[in-house]
Design a protein around this ligand. Structure first.
Ligand code: G1P
Length: 312
């Protein structure tokens, strides 16, 4: 079955970015010259997920406006003959069919996904978390969708992290899936794992592995019935990871089975101020127009930093 729907939770309060996120949703903060959320919608669209549901909070209007036509602005740019910017603002409106549903209260990621139930209508679907940007040169979702199509169940993206960082993520125990089961999919060895015991933000001692769940999921719709029954977990929130634990223990005939695809490409984290700044710099260096001049300046600037401030 071809998956066409993506769910993007975008209802966070953005407290880590205050005061910048006081009136603007953090999802619309620019990474170089484009809102973080647009990168994520682009990634979904590039993977064929052209039906996008944003699970939004009180800033739903601003978020939807970004993916809508802006006739007044278009008319001004047209009159000026500024075709480059005109194309840029039209493109964000043409990437995908963008819908929104409101998450009335911030009850957790699992609750945000549950808000998508009616829109999804019983099909497997993708979830993309806006704090994780995946470089367009290293596509991840197509592999995850191919694995879901072949093995069924649900699939999460994984990344190896140092043990002392595992408590920032969900984690799970992993058993390699035999290569024969993935024949013809063009996936390299030691990439796909069968997962058990997923747990949200474990301590390094209790973590089942050093594989962190990163913000891309391809989920079986059985997750909705489970989320409905999932009590608040870590941090008092309804955790998607807890629902994945139930899915992992269910037979395939009931939508069970949980797999992980290890991602070894370029990922940028925009979840807190430091990682956000790093993401901006990394993507600015690669920017087709600004990159060469910015990289040149950056090299000179880095050389002026006192040694005590380097590597800190
Ligand atoms: C969420 C998930 C967590 C996952 C992480 C990836 O946590 O709950 O399992 O590892 O995203 O970024 P959050 O970062 O929203 O606290």
């Amino acid at each position: 079955m071809t998956i066409t729907k993506a769910v993007i939770p975008a209802a966070g309060l953005g407290t880590r970015f205050l005061p910048a996120s006081k009136a603007i949703p953090k999802e619309l903060l620019p990474v170089v010259d484009t809102p973080a959320l647009e990168y994520v919608v682009r990634e979904a669209a590039a993977a064929g997920l052209t039906n996008v549901l944003l699970v939004a909070g009180k800033t739903k209007g601003a978020i939807l406006d970004h993916f809508d036509r802006a006739w007044d602005l278009e008319a001004i740019l047209q009159a000026k003959g500024d075709t480059v910017r005109l194309e840029a603002i039209r493109e964000s409106a043409n990437l995908a069919k963008v819908h929104a549903v409101r998450q009335a209260a911030p009850l957790g990621l699992g609750h945000a996904v549950l808000c998508a139930r009616e829109h999804i209508d019983g099909e497997p679907f993708a979830v993309l978390l806006g704090d994780d940007l995946i470089d367009q040169r290293d596509p991840l979702l197509p592999t995850m969708m191919a694995v879901q199509d072949r093995l069924g169940g649900s699939v999460v993206a994984l990344m190896e992290v140092p043990r002392d960082q595992i408590s920032l993520y969900g984690s799970a125990a992993a058993q390699p899936v035999p290569d024969q089961a993935l024949d013809g999919l063009g996936i390299g060895p030691e990439t796909v794992f069968a997962l058990s015991r997923p747990v949200e933000k474990p301590s390094p001692e209790e973590a089942p592995s050093n594989l962190a769940i990163i913000g891309r999921y391809v989920l079986h719709p059985a997750v909705f019935g489970i989320l409905e029954q999932t009590p608040p977990g870590r941090g008092g929130e309804i955790q998607l990871t807890d629902a994945l634990a139930t899915l992992a223990g269910r037979p395939p005939t009931q939508g069970g089975g949980l797999y992980g695809v290890v991602f070894r490409g370029r990922r940028y984290d925009t979840g807190d101020r430091l990682s956000y700044l790093q993401a901006v710099v990394q993507l600015a260096v690669d920017h087709p127009e600004l990159g060469p001049a910015f990289a040149n300046w950056l090299q000179g600037f880095a050389a002026t930093l006192p040694a005590s401030r380097q590597g800190g």
